[in-house]
Design a protein around this ligand. Structure first.
Ligand code: NAD
Ligand code: UD1
Length: 311
């Protein structure tokens, strides 16, 4: 099958490309390489074409989607901080890009679009575990852009019969996640510091929890979302459905590494959400999604991969 992966040179997208190539798909990647890297596509080998271009450019999307049956739309400015600083620019990518993908996919006669939504749509909604039917409470331009894109996805399936599926990813972790910004995923930062024998910072008391999901499970959810007929027009949480505290993460990593310094304790982050946990019943029932990696297994794999890269 011929498929397009927007954002395919990024952290999650490149793992999806690896899986698609491994099963024999012909993959086009549309990526502007703003945070993605060519090197992330090096392991895929096989049939991958990289179009360097932006989803904000309708012509680029139209060219990339030609002949594709399925589009995985992951391209986005994934930094919430960036969307706060430059909401007009990021909306052109995160919302405008989604509309371009839908229109280009429809014009090209593609069958299905799978969209990378976000748990950010729930904001600080305290109704745990979070179900897809909960009222969204976006707290940032990023969350609004993801949520509005989701609505476009749903409406395009109703108006035009283009099949669309939104996956609300929770806190994804794994190899190739960039640890270089203070707003990078907590696991990527902890691993980066602890493997270098340096302490990392815990904001607050470390009792805050997140629903961490290993990237291979997110890839699996994407593959299912592309193929299960009943998924069309719907939104699904992608998570483990479990909470892990930040302190627990730190201690597990130290144990897996075989030691390491105590964390630096700092003031809680402004606006930090205390607890987050998904209800994944819908993904289980409709997609047949079952997360295969515990957080600890995912951490062990991540450590092995980063240790190999350092060596
Ligand atoms: P990432 O930054 O590694 O991936 C985003 C990719 O999109 C990069 O390769 C980047 O170069 C590309 N991109 C950015 N702007 C573009 C543009 N205008 N045109 C074409 N390509 C562009 O981040 P990621 O964590 O792999 O995120 C992938 C998707 O998943 C994003 O849509 C993100 O919002 C979403 N998501 C991620 C998480 C998470 O925990 N990592 C959680 C929820 C949702
Ligand atoms: C995630 C998004 C964020 C978005 C939010 C919406 C990522 C990387 N971030 O934030 O952009 O606004 O969902 O729900 O996906 N922490 C530390 N030390 C660190 C880094 C983080 O203690 O060095 C703590 C944070 O304070 C937080 C937890 O770890 O309590 C997780 O942080 P992070 O990985 O940034 O994810 P979210 O806060 O869930």
């Amino acid at each position: 099958m011929k498929v397009l992966v927007t954002g395919g040179a990024g952290f999650i997208g490149s793992h999806l490309v690896d899986a698609l190539v491994a099963r024999g798909d012909a993959v086009t990647v549309l990526d502007d390489l703003s945070t993605g890297r060519r090197e992330n596509l090096a392991t895929a080998g096989g049939d991958v074409r990289l179009d360097v271009g932006s989803v904000a450019d309708l012509d680029a999307v139209t060219r990339a989607v030609e002949g594709c049956e399925v589009v995985f739309h992951l391209a986005a400015v994934a930094s919430v901080q960036r969307t706060v600083e430059a909401p007009i620019d990021t909306s052109a990518v995160n919302l405008g890009g989604s509309l371009h993908v839908l229109e280009a996919a429809r014009a090209a006669g593609a069958r299905r679009v799978v969209f990378a939504g976000s748990a950010a749509a729930y904001g600080d909604n305290p109704a745990l575990p979070l179900r897809e039917s909960e009222t969204p409470r976006p707290l940032s331009p990023y969350a609004i852009e993801k949520l509005a894109s989701e609505q476009y996805m749903r409406v395009w399936s109703q108006l035009y019969g283009l099949e669309t599926v939104t996956l609300r990813f929770f806190n994804v972790f794994g190899p190739r996640q960039d640890p270089s910004s203070p707003y990078s995923g907590v696991i990527s930062i902890f691993v980066d510091r602890l493997q270098a024998g340096r302490p990392a910072t815990i904001y607050g008391d470390g009792g805050q929890t997140r629903d961490f999901v290993y990237v291979a499970d997110v890839v699996r959810a994407n593959l299912l979302a592309a193929s299960v007929p009943e998924a069309s027009g719907r939104t699904f949480n992608v998570a483990r459905g479990e909470e892990t505290s930040v302190r627990e993460l730190y201690d597990t990593l130290r144990r897996l590494i075989g030691g390491g310094p105590e964390p630096i304790l700092a003031e809680p982050r402004a606006g930090d959400i205390r607890h987050s946990r998904a209800d994944i019943a819908a993904a289980r029932q409709v997609l047949g999604f079952e997360p295969a990696h515990t957080v600890e297994e995912g951490l062990a794999r991540l450590l092995a991969s980063t240790a190999a890269r350092r060596a």
